[in-house]
Design a protein around this ligand. Structure first.
Ligand SMILES: NC(=O)c1ccc[n+]([C@@H]2O[C@H](COP(=O)([O-])OP(=O)(O)OC[C@H]3O[C@@H](n4cnc5c(N)ncnc54)[C@H](O)[C@@H]3O)[C@@H](O)[C@H]2O)c1
Length: 337
């Protein structure tokens, strides 16, 4: 007779910034019906203006979910949590470029010092895999073609410079200590639960309220749009099948100028250009175009974005139309318009 085998323990993942836009979608997805089923998640989140406990309502009572309110810059707390986890997926950051132009100190503190605090504690605790979520903005701006992962880092804003610094710190722990660090650099995300200071939710909620939308400069800045479902798919491929010490770009495959995006949003909300669009002074140092080359994640890990942009945008607009109670207080508190 063979001894009964004890059921495998789920992989314990520490998710930083899990009360924010993308992190909360990652947590809801992993603990939802389509999730892998073999993970237990602890969210560590400071609950800054961008962190919203309501984003985690869906999973709050899940038996494999825990929430800790705290700062990734707190070495004592971070050290204690690392000892209780197998893997880390690190989303926590100050994430809004315009705020970094008004003042970069908090961006350096959270994005640089916070990432160092986490990665150093991860190394000391023997964390198995550390996925660092970064951004395509670390590459700078590109007029033609797309960046492969080997492109030099040429960030322009205090936000992207702090993120680039955090990428380098994270990767240095792989090279120096052999820690299994994997970095993802994604394009602009869109979808539900997006804080209404960012262009898509700001424009949609303004239009739903019959207000004008502020279009920067000549509206010619180009971004690639990635639905949060596709981003989570990419992160999971990197976490489970990626290689240590590697960087993976994740894109959505839909490049649009801000003018084109505005046109689609007006259409989706039944508004017209003349009465609803107001050109405003351009953002300082505004990057003209971002474009990631996703050959590596496609060929190596089988990634392919699945969400059709128009469909994803229509679903997003519908969500904001149906969830005023989520965004109205946020806009009021942050005096956004
Ligand atoms: N949103 C995008 O389009 C996009 C694009 C590329 C990369 N990214 C990256 O993805 C990650 C997540 O972005 P997001 O849009 O979900 O951001 P977000 O601003 O919606 O959420 C950030 C979360 O981090 C938490 N946080 C901030 N400082 C903290 C600290 N010191 N300690 C603990 N928690 C803290 C906040 O409370 C919030 O819940 C970020 O690292 C960002 O740089 C985002």
């Amino acid at each position: 007779m063979t001894a009964p085998t004890s059921p495998a323990r789920p992989t314990r993942i520490l998710v930083t910034g899990g009360a924010g836009f993308i992190g909360s979608h990652y947590v809801r997805t992993l603990l939802g019906p389509e999730g892998p089923g073999d993970v237990a998640i602890t969210v560590l989140d400071k609950l800054t203006y961008a962190g919203n406990p309501a984003n985690l309502d869906e999973v709050r009572t899940h038996p494999r979910f825990a929430f800790v309110q705290g700062d990734i810059c707190d070495p004592e707390l971070v050290g204690k949590l690392m000892a209780e986890h197998d893997e880390v997926v690190h989303f926590a950051a100050e994430s809004h470029v315009d705020r970094s132009i008004d003042g970069g100190a908090e961006f350096v503190r959270t994005n640089v010092v916070g990432t160092h605090t986490l990665i150093d504690a991860a190394h000391r605790a023997g964390i198995k895999t550390f996925v660092h979520i970064s951004t395509d903005e670390v590459y700078g701006s590109i007029d033609e073609g797309s960046w492969p992962e080997t492109h030099p880092l040429e960030p322009n804003s205090p936000y992207s410079s702090a993120k680039a610094s955090s990428d380098l710190i994270a990767l240095s722990y792989h090279r120096t200590h052999g820690l299994d660090v994997r970095v993802t650099r994604c394009s602009n995300n869109y979808g539900h639960h997006h804080f209404p200071e960012k262009v898509i939710p700001l424009f949609v909620t303004n239009l739903l309220d019959g207000k004008k939308v502020p279009l920067y400069g000549d509206g010619g800045n180009v971004r690639d749009w990635l639905h949060i479902d596709d981003h989570v798919q990419g992160i999971e491929l990197v976490r489970t099948k990626g290689r240590p010490g590697e960087v993976y770009n994740i894109g959505g495959g839909t490049e649009l100028s801000n003018k084109e995006l505005t046109g689609l949003l007006l259409q989706a909300c039944g508004a017209d250009w003349e009465t609803s669009v107001e050109y405003v002074e351009d953002r300082k140092g505004h990057d003209r175009r971002y474009s990631v080359d996703c050959t590596k994640i496609r060929e190596e890990l089988g990634y392919a974005p699945r969400k059709d942009f128009r469909e994803g945008l229509a679903e997003t607009v519908r969500w904001y139309r149906d969830n005023r109670a989520w965004w109205e207080p946020l806009k009021e508190r942050a005096a956004l318009n």
